[in-house]
Design a protein around this ligand. Structure first.
Ligand code: ZN
Length: 308
């Protein structure tokens, strides 16, 4: 808009951002891409199997046309996985079993009850979310955290935005050009490391665990919106990012990087940063945890005006 006559025509000072309802929708769409197949109706333990078992008929077709139905299905499965983990870790066989609370539990303050519960849950989250070995981001993490990783060779000589040759003074704007140059002139050939082959011990277990991890991240963003928790909402972008990468959702991949960068200290003036983090929700009905993402509110207005 550089040809505009006025600052506002030129959109000066305009800060674009991806809105939370669209993030929720696209994150679930990415999770669906990663974990859902209508071919698996007879495979016990898969999402489509549970969709049929629980008669969740609304969950069909594209996620964006049935977001709520898919969300309910995924959340129901997440609840079941959480219950199962809790039973297993508590040494119980079923939900009818006796769970041993501390003797004076009824006398605990609300705060102490929550602390007691958090202490109980923390090792389970550690074990199943953080420590479990199946992780769709393993490869990425290996590259990012190891500077000597072969994938990093081509960007390791980055100077003033240009990639410098390891053997002469030539520099290139793109890592790909450097690669061609070093290969042609200096006979440098670094084979891409072979991806670690995934050797499953128990594919169903790995699948359930990845559903657990992904859906709990979705729920993290979902409840952050309900509670108008801006900082938690923007932090979530960093967790969504690798899945957008994995599922080729480029627009939201870029959006996540953009949001994460703008909300880091030092990118925007402090006041604008705070505004960007906090100003994402509206509460139409009052009460706690009844907040809507701003773009969902716009969708409602849109729908109403179409009806009118
Ligand atoms: Zn060279």
């Amino acid at each position: 808009m550089r040809n505009g006559q006025t600052p506002s025509d030129r959109l000066e000072g305009f800060i674009s951002k991806i809105e939370d309802f669209h993030r929720l929708m696209n994150f679930l769409e990415a999770i669906h891409k990663q974990t859902y197949s209508t071919d698996s109706a007879s495979d016990r333990g898969t999402l489509h199997y549970y969709r049929n078992l629980t008669n969740a008929r609304g969950a069909k077709g594209k996620v964006k046309n049935a977001y709520r139905d898919y969300k309910m299905l995924y959340n129901a499965v997440l609840d079941a996985i959480c219950s199962l983990i809790f039973l297993k870790e508590s040494g119980m066989n079923d939900l009818e079993g006796d769970f041993l609370f501390p003797d004076d539990f009824p006398n605990f303050s609300s705060r102490d009850k929550i602390m007691w519960f958090n202490d109980l849950i923390r090792p389970m989250i550690q074990k199943y979310f953080f420590d479990s070995k199946t992780d769709i981001f393993d490869n990425t993490r290996e590259i990012v955290s190891d500077q000597t990783h072969p994938e990093n060779y081509w960007i390791s000589n980055l100077q003033d935005g240009r990639f410098k040759c390891h053997h002469c003074d030539k520099t290139y704007a793109q890592a790909g050009s450097l690669q061609v140059h070093e290969k042609k002139i200096h006979q440098v050939d670094i084979p891409k490391p072979r991806k670690k082959k995934y050797v499953p011990e128990d594919e169903l277990y790995d699948y359930i665990l990845s559903v657990f991890k992904l859906v709990i991240l979705h729920k993290n963003l979902d409840t952050a919106v309900d509670m108008a928790d801006g900082p938690r909402s923007v932090r979530s972008a960093s967790y969504e990012l690798p899945l957008y990468n994995k599922t080729n959702k480029t627009k939201y991949l870029i959006g996540s990087i953009h949001l994460a960068a703008l909300t880091k200290e030092g990118t925007l003036p402090c006041e604008l940063r705070e505004t960007l983090i906090a100003n994402r929700f509206v509460n139409l009905q009052g009460g706690r945890s009844n907040n809507l993402a701003l773009d969902e509110y716009v969708e409602l207005l849109n729908r109403d005006s179409k009806i009118v």
